[in-house]
Design a protein around this ligand. Sequence first.
Ligand SMILES: Nc1ncnc2c1ncn2[C@@H]1O[C@H](COP(=O)(O)OP(=O)(O)OP(=O)(O)O)[C@@H](O)[C@H]1O
Ligand SMILES: [Mg+2]
Length: 391
Amino acid sequence: MRPELNPYSPGSGLNPPHLVGRQAEIDAFDLVVARTRAGHHNRGMILHGLRGVGKTVLLNQFREQAERAEWFIIELEGRPTETGQEAVRQRLARLMMLAGRRFLRGKHATGKVKQALGTIKSFSLSLGVASVELGLDANPGRADSGQIEIDFEELVEDLAPALREASSAFALFIDEMQDLDSELVVALLAAQHRAGQKNWPFYIFGAGLPSLPSVLSEARSYAERLFNYRNIGALERPAAADALTVPATRQGARYEDEAINVIVDAARGYPYFLQTYGQSAWGIAEGRVITADDAREAIIEGNAELDMGFFPARWDRATPAERNYLRAMARDGEDGSRTSELAERLKVKPASLSPARQNLISKGIIFMPERGRVAFTVPNMAAFIQRQFAD
Ligand SMILES: Nc1ncnc2c1ncn2[C@@H]1O[C@H](COP(=O)(O)OP(=O)(O)OP(=O)(O)O)[C@@H](O)[C@H]1O
Ligand SMILES: [Mg+2]
C-alpha cells in the first residue's frame, strides 16, 4: 500500500498511531491530577519494564496530561556515564529556569510563585547555570548550599506550596531513571518523601528498566512506599490486535483474521515488534487487505530490520568479553540464567565474571531479576544472539 500513508511507528519513544492497553495507567495519572486539583496528595508513579514495551511513550502521555493541567513540568533523562550525569544536573537547573520563565508570564504568577522563582534562580546559579535570565532576584541562602539533597528539598519547599495555591503542581518526568547518579536519586526521593508528609504537590514520574524499583529502594528503603509502581509489559492479545488494526482501519485498509494472528504471535505482544511488523506488512500488501501471506513475509522483513537496528543498538555496545557472557546467557533463552551456571559454562570462577556482568547491567543490556540470576532487558535478545553465531 502507499508508503506515505503507512501509519506504523517503530522507534524509540515514537508515539504510536494508536496507543493501546495502558488505560489503567492513564486513569491512574488522571486521578493524580484530579486529586491534586482537590488539594490531596498522591504518590508519584514508576513505570518499569523491558526495552521497547512503551514506557517512554506512556511517560510522554502523562506529560501531555500534566501540560493540560498547567503544571510546572521538568523532563529529564538519566545517563549512565559520569559526564552524562553531570549534564543531567545542568539540564535540571536550566529547565527549572526556563519553566520558571514560562510561569512568570502565565496566569499562575502569584506573589508566592514569584518569590519561589527566586529560589529557582539561586538553585540554578549554585549549579553553575546562569545562561537563562528570569528578571528576578535570587533568594540568597535558599537552595544554594551546593549540596543537592538540601538544595533540591528547599526548592520543592518554596515552589510546591506556592503552586498549590495556584491549583498547580510541580512534576518531574524522568526517563531511563535507573541511570541517574545515586546522589541525585537520594535528593529526589528525600524531596518526594517530605512532599508527602507536608502535602505539597510535588511528584516524580519515572520510567526505566526492570531494575529501577530496586535501584530506588537501595537508595532509600522508604522508596517502596513513595510510588505507585507499574510493571509495563507485553500487550494482551486483543490490545495487540487493536494496535495493528485500528490504524489500518483509519486509512481504509484491513487485515485478514489469520494475518492478525500471525503478527500478534510473532510479536508476542511487544509494542516495538508490532509496529515493526505492521510497517512491513503495510509495505508488502498489494491491495487494501493485508493477507496472511503478506503477514508471514512481513515477519521475515521485519526481523531483518530488527536485526539491523533494535538488537545491534545493544549488542554493538558490548566488548568481546561481554559478548561472550551474553552468548553464554543466550543458551538459556528468554527466561534468564543462573550466574553460577554461566561460570561453569564458560569454565571460569564466578568472581571473574562480575566485571562483565556489572558493565552489561550499567549499559542496560541485562538486569538481575533476583540474586544469582541475570536476564536480558531486551525481549527476544537470546534468539538474536543465537542467530549471530548460527552457520
Ligand atoms: N501502548 C502502545 N500501543 C501501541 N504501540 C506502542 C505502545 N507503546 C509503545 N508503542 C510503540 O512501541 C515502540 C517502543 O516504545 P517506547 O520507546 O516508548 O518503549 P520503551 O519501553 O521506552 O523502550 P526503551 O526501554 O528501549 O526505552 C514505539 O515504536 C511505540 O510507537
Ligand atoms: Mg524508553
